[in-house]
Structures are given as C-alpha cells and as structure tokens.
Design a binder for this molecule. Structure first.
Ligand code: UD1
Length: 342
C-alpha cells in the first residue's frame, strides 16, 4: 500500500507539477488549496496527465479548526509537501501583514497538527531569496542567510526558522526545506503550467505573454549590472525537474534516509543565465521575435545568483535534467494551449 501525501497549494504552479510526479511514482495524492491564486480545473489537467484524479479539498490552512477536521478525516496522510503561500514580491511589500499572516499562520497550523498526531514528514517550499546577493557564487547551502529584500522573502526565512525550532523541540519531526532557484516552463503535455494572475512579475510568463500579444513589450530591467552582458543573471530550472526533487525528498523522509532531522537543499541547474540570453534562447527555440526594450533596474533585484547543487546531487541523487531550450519550448507551448482552451 502506497503512502498518502498531502500537497498543500497543489493547484498552484509547482504544487500541480509535484502532484503529477508523486502520482507517477505511485503515491496517493491529496490536494488542499484555497484557490486564492489558482484554478480548480488544474485537477483535470493532473488527471489528464496521470490517469489518476487526486483528492481535492478547497481549504484555507489559516483556519486551524478546519485543517484539524480535514486531517482527522484523512488519517492515512503520512507526509506533507507544503507549498500553499502567497508569492508576489511586490504585493508583499504593499501588504506585509497579509503575507506574514497567510504564510506563517498556515505553516504554524500545519506544524501543530503534525505534532499532535506524530505526523513526522514535512517537505517545505523555500527559496534562494534567503541568500540575497551572495558573497560567493555559486551559492552553497552554508552561505549566510541575508536580510530579506521583501516581506515575502522574509516569510520564507522565518518559516525555515520555525520548522527548525520545532524539530529541536520535537525530535520525532523531520523536514527538508528545498530552496528553489528560478522555476520555469510547464509540463511537456501542456495540460498544466504557470498561471500568473494579472500582469506577470516573473520573466518567463512575461516573455510568453508578450509573444502571445497580450503584452506589447517586454522590459529588460537593467543592462548596467556587473555581468558579461549587463543584464541580471539567474539559475532557471525546469519545473518538472523541480517537481521530481520533491518526490525524492519525500522518499528520503519516509524511508528514514535523512542524515539530520532538518535538512536544506538548493535546487537549481548550477548554471547562471542572463535576461538577454533568456530572450535570445526563447526566440531561437520557438522561431519568433520578441518585442523588448531595455529599461532601468527593478528595485530590490539581485544582480546575479546561481546555485551550487552538489549537495542535492550527492545526497538526494537529484540533478536537473532538462535543458533551458526544453523549458522555454514547454513554456511557449503552455501559453498557446492555455489561450486556446481557456
Ligand atoms: C523573484 C523572487 C523570488 C521568487 C521568484 C518567483 C526576489 C529577490 N526574488 O525572483 O524569491 O521565488 O521571484 O516568484 O524577490 N525581469 C525582466 N523583466 C521582467 C521580469 C523580470 O527583466 O519583466 C528580470 C529580473 O530583473 C530578473 C530576472 O528577469 O533579473 C528574473 O526575474 P523574476 O522572474 O521576477 O525572478 P526573480 O526576481 O529572480
């Protein structure tokens, strides 16, 4: 009998891709999501890809009694992957309390439930934003955590601290925090992908919406950085690779192969790519031209960051396998599929 995994935020971008990979590996998947930033028909997409319909409940994790009642009803849950969180950097600057409440109260509620019923295994969705602009590149997990540049980033840092403190107090709890670099692309079937609400903040959805004619022009935020072509550098990884890493982390916890009760891993490709390289690659692999212009820097942007992934490679046996080209082809395929079918 396979384990049941609760995926919070499972109708979101990374959550839905992770649900697919978990189902493909034989796990029973339950999704809890308040649908504040995602659509219920993502469940159809997951079913179309896997042939299995995950359990779904519209649930706000900030509501402790409702969460308790939900977990009571689903007492076969053996592990939780916690994605559910607000994620817009700009919005978090305008509404810090909303972000602190939503992202931290939900985590605290989950941890309380886990403690109460000796539910031991938690995979947490963290971010490379905790490193700020690192002093050394590529950045390893032992690099100092810097002051967050936004309340959103701070919720990731505080969440990691909360989990670690709970594990110190309760050694039966085990957790892996996965620090994502920049996830991009969509499932190769194009049945699920990224669905930004309103004007996208992130580079790749802005690129695909510009290519689709929804945005008139892409702005490149700065070409005067201290990088080879002057534009910012990030580590962009295919979302399906990122999703696979969650399955590996869940397995590690369920099979008690973790070396410490709290572990942290960087998830990236290990390669830095500039904004201008992203544009050129997108144009080349999809045979089209993007309308773009260079503008000033975006406040709060880090100049360059990419991952040292050797710990994840060694300990998790995980490596990003898809190329940037594949990721950018899948992103464009998804944008077109979504426009046609929505
Ligand atoms: C941001 C957050 C990160 C979060 C991630 C995904 C920070 C420091 N980072 O990453 O925590 O996990 O979003 O939500 O807050 N760019 C343009 N034009 C655009 C959009 C972006 O030139 O229209 C550039 C940016 O300047 C940046 C790169 O593209 O250099 C990537 O930007 P983006 O996709 O927003 O991700 P990050 O800022 O790296």
């Amino acid at each position: 009998m396979n384990s049941t995994v609760l995926v919070t935020g499972g109708t979101g971008y990374i959550g839905s891709h992770t649900a697919v990979e978990l189902i493909n590996e034989g796990y029973r998947v339950l999704i809890a999501d308040n649908l504040s930033n995602s659509e219920p028909d993502v469940i159809d997409g997951i079913e179309k890809i896997t042939g299995v319909r995950p359990g779904f409940e519209k649930l706000d994790l900030c509501d402790a009694p409702l969460l308790r009642e939900y977990i009571d009803r689903n007492s076969d849950i053996t592990a939780i992957v916690h994605f559910a969180a607000s994620k817009s950097v700009g919005e978090s600057v305008e509404k810090p309390l909303t972000y602190y409440r939503n992202n931290l109260v939900s985590l605290i509620n989950i941890l309380e439930e886990m403690q109460q019923r000796s539910l031991s295994n938690l995979v947490f969705s963290s971010s490379c934003t905790v490193y700020g602009q690192p002093d050394k590149l590529p950045v390893t997990e032992s690099a100092p955590v810097k002051k967050a540049s936004s309340p959103y980033g701070n919720t990731k840092k505080i969440s990691e601290d909360i989990i670690e403190d709970c594990i110190t107090a309760n050694p039966s709890l085990k957790s892996v925090s996965l620090r994502y670099f920049n996830p991009i692309g969509a499932h190769p079937t194009a049945f699920i992908g990224e669905l930004p609400s309103g004007v996208p903040d992130n580079l790749v959805p802005f690129i695909t919406q510009t290519a689709a004619g929804l945005r008139s022009q892409l702005k490149v935020f700065g070409n005067d950085y201290n990088t080879p072509d002057g534009s910012c550098i990030r580590d962009y990884l295919h979302v399906t690779d990122l999703a696979r890493a969650h399955v590996v982390a869940i397995k590690r916890l369920l099979e008690n192969r973790n070396k410490k009760n709290y572990e942290v891993f960087n998830l990236g490709t290990g390669k830095g790519i500039s904004v201008l390289e992203m544009i050129k690659t997108f144009e080349k692999v999809n045979s089209l031209k993007l309308n773009y212009t260079i503008t000033g820097r975006r406040a709060g942007d880090t100049e360059q960051v990419w991952a040292d992934t050797s710990l994840a490679n060694r300990e998790l046996g995980w490596k990003a396998e898809s190329s940037l080209e594949e990721a950018l082809v899948s992103a464009w395929k998804w944008e077109q599929y979504y426009r046609k079918n929505k």
